[in-house]
Write a protein that binds this ligand. Sequence first.
Ligand SMILES: [Zn+2]
Length: 104
Amino acid sequence: MSLATVTKGARHCRHCGREVGETLHTRSSYRVDYYAMHTGDVEPITILRPDDPEPLTVWRLLHVTEVLTCVDCYRLPHVQREREALFRPEAVTPDEAAQSGGTS
Ligand SMILES: [Zn+2]
């Protein structure tokens, strides 16, 4: 076990909590132990452009979050959904869907 203890800050799977290791490379292949995703809190901002009458709404990243998923959890459907929700929060926010149905 001593070979694996040379770690600079242990990293853990967000979903099951187990410690994950770096990708191991051999001469002919490699073994991935986890997947990392960068996401975070976003807020919509509206940009007005002089040459376009339609305002443009974009998502600004407020806080960066790194989500680590071990290879075991990565296969699970509910983990896939959670990652998708974290990656694209604007696509699954119920409030957002309710607001878009308004009339003017
Ligand atoms: Zn896991």
